[in-house]
Design a protein around this ligand. Structure first.
Ligand code: NAP
Ligand code: FE
Length: 367
């Protein structure tokens, strides 16, 4: 056996965990910047809970609420300016992966005067500001990962900043915050979690210590996803999804992602397809590509109590509804983009251009 396990995030999970652990913020610093999307943090109660926890701890704060889905580097620079402007010494990200990732990258930029390329290449000297992460979607697992994924105009794609300094110091996961999610976002984020657990389990970088996290996450998602096909998620299902998403985040924190994410990024960047949905669209064709040489695919199906990739495909199709169309030119461009992804090398067997192109074609085939 040969592995590295590192998970430095102090993690609280459960109903009202922000209120119950408001003392956590006392040790954090003297001024906070809260980073959210436009509306959801007000709607789901998370912002009010954090504001009241900071008030109790006697910590002043400023609120930045202009994070867009799939945040750009420019959007993140607005956050770091806000952090400097108000003299924040820590950042609290509340929301889906977009505000959490924006908070993380901004934590680096607030402490370092660097170019965009320096950010992605980790050319910085000062430690990022401390980060607290409060997820309100159940999908990205960003609260327990060392990644910030940003839209980067220079390469016309999404690109990750990956650094152990980006692990949040604290994560607070309250399933109640996810109750306000629409059916669409619930599904599109749940399949992102599935994608993380599946890709992590199959990755070249999968380790013995991390595989049980992946299988547990896949098992829970195998129970929860069929519920989402026909019914509104109840609290128990929301709790399961958030826990499975966190486990899957712990998985990719160690394994990274694979060809599925490399193929999903251009679909999101160019066609504005939600991140998790983009992954789910290509996942089954990817599994068909690797199944002949990886028996681990059968472990995934067994954990989901499914007896074939086609059954998984039927479940995903039922969740996603009608698929987008993709043109021949788009297939060429997205193949060219995906093959350059760092995570292609983490895929066993490693797909070449022709294989990626076939996966795109197969994924969007109708009927
Ligand atoms: P998101 O872009 O953060 O949010 C999607 C939508 O959901 C937004 O409109 C948001 O509204 C809304 N929303 C969030 N929480 C809600 C709630 N509780 N109730 C109602 N609406 C809510 O979506 P996401 O899928 O969670 O994050 C995607 C991003 O994460 C992508 O950029 C992806 O690349 C990244 N990602 C990061 C990692 C990592 O390890 N760091 C892993 C996977 C994916 P508001 O705008 O009003 O908040
Ligand atoms: Fe993801």
């Amino acid at each position: 056996m040969d592995f590295r396990y590192y998970m430095p995030v102090k993690t609280f999970f459960g109903r009202d965990c922000v209120k119950k652990n408001s003392a956590e913020f006392k040790n954090f610093g003297s001024r906070a910047l809260i980073v959210t999307g436009k509306h959801s943090a007000e709607k789901n109660g998370s912002l009010a809970d954090v504001a009241s926890a900071l008030n109790t701890a006697g910590i002043p704060f400023t609120h930045f609420n202009r994070i867009e889905p799939n945040p750009t580097v420019e959007n993140v620079r607005e956050v770091s300016e806000a952090a400097r402007g108000c003299g924040a010494d820590f950042i609290i990200g509340i929301g889906g992966g977009s505000p959490l990732d924006a908070a993380k990258a901004a934590a680096i930029l607030a402490a370092n005067d660097i170019t965009d390329d320096d950010l992605f290449n980790l050319n910085f000297k000062n430690m990022p500001l401390k980060i607290a992460a409060i997820p309100t979607t159940a999908g990205t697992g960003s609260e327990v990962t060392p990644y910030s994924i940003l839209s980067y105009k220079k390469i016309s794609n999404k690109r990750s900043v990956a650094s152990d300094t980006l692990f949040p110091a604290v994560a607070l996961l309250d399933p109640h915050y996810t109750v306000t999610l629409s059916r669409e976002v619930t599904i599109n984020t749940a399949v992102d979690a599935l994608s993380h657990a599946v890709e992590g389990y199959l990755a070249a970088r999968a380790t013995d210590v991390i595989k049980p996290f992946a299988i547990e996450s896949i098992t829970l998602l195998g129970e929860a996803l069929p519920v989402l096909v026909n019914a509104e998620a109840d609290y128990e299902t929301r709790e399961k999804l958030l826990y499975a998403s966190m486990l899957a985040g712990i998985v990719i924190a160690h394994t990274g992602t694979t060809a599925v994410h490399a193929m999903g990024y251009p679909l999101t960047y160019h066609k504005n397809i939600d991140h998790g949905r983009a992954n789910a669209l290509v996942m089954c064709s990817y599994l068909k590509f690797i199944a002949p040489s990886q028996k681990r695919v059968s472990h995934i199906l067994a954990a989901m109590k499914l007896d074939s990739i086609d059954k998984l495909g039927a479940l995903i199709d039922a969740l996603l509804g009608e698929k987008e169309t993709i043109s021949d030119d788009e297939i060429e461009l997205f193949t060219e983009t995906a093959i350059q992804g760092k995570n292609i090398a983490n895929t066993i067997p490693q797909p070449d251009r022709a294989a990626l192109k076939n996966i795109f074609i197969d994924s969007f085939r109708r009927g």
